[in-house]
Design a protein around this ligand. Structure first.
Ligand code: HQG
Length: 183
């Protein structure tokens, strides 16, 4: 399992941020050739065959990766800092979404709103639990409620990835409020 997690982290780095580290070329829509990825892993001394890569994709806790229909390509489903067209279609969001962050970011966020920072989009969830987990990665977690209904009414676009992450470009302060963090 540890090896699978290690491979997953390596893939996140290559497929979201730095394909050149592995000599990989990504298509405009973020796909890398599976054989090239297997070779890159092998070059790094990581033992991984096609079956194990299948497990990395299938068992990933957040379903971060996907194969193309014919299985010859692999990509990350979201979270890129690279300019990638994920071919997402805007969908109407639920009225309320959540964002988990750390207390130390709060004053800046309440001042200028939520920004995508190094990623393409601001990441939101439809439940408080996920937001708490995401916030904990950065420090003492704080949950923000996002008035997605109002944003959508104002013309802001929302996308939902296959693994249930909600994405939008930014969130204005007028649509943010601190949530108790209770489910
Ligand atoms: C904060 C993980 C100051 C923002 C997770 C966050 C998620 C601001 C941090 C996914 C700000 C960026 C994304 C502002 C936003 N001033 N701080 N104006 N606007 N921030 O990691 O949302 O494991 O890029 O609150 O589970 O934490 O990678 O974003 O704390 O789904 O698959 O800037 O990453 O998924 O941090 O996490 P991140 P995130 P994976």
């Amino acid at each position: 399992m540890q090896n699978i997690t290690k491979i997953s982290k390596q893939l996140s780095y290559w497929l979201r941020h730095c394909p050149q580290d592995a000599g990989l070329a990504l298509s405009e829509t973020g796909w890398a050739n599976v054989d090239a990825v297997l070779k890159a892993l092998s070059d790094k001394g990581v033992s991984c065959d096609a079956a194990k890569l299948g497990n990395v994709v299938a068992l990933n806790d957040k379903q971060r990766f996907e194969f193309s229909e014919d299985g010859t390509m692999i990509r990350a489903r979201q979270g890129h800092s690279l300019k990638i067209d994920l071919e997402l279609t805007p969908v109407p969001p639920p009225d309320l979404l959540f964002h988990g962050t750390a207390e130390r970011f709060l004053s800046s966020i309440l001042h200028v709103g939520l920004k995508p920072m190094k990623r393409h989009h601001v990441h939101l969830s439809d439940n408080v639990d996920t937001a708490i987990k995401v916030g904990k990665r950065h420090g003492k977690p704080v949950v923000l409620a996002v008035d997605a209904g109002k944003m959508a009414g104002d013309g802001d676009l929302f996308y939902r990835t296959e693994n249930g992450v909600w994405l939008t470009s930014s969130v204005p302060t007028a649509c943010l409020s601190r949530h108790s963090g209770k489910v």
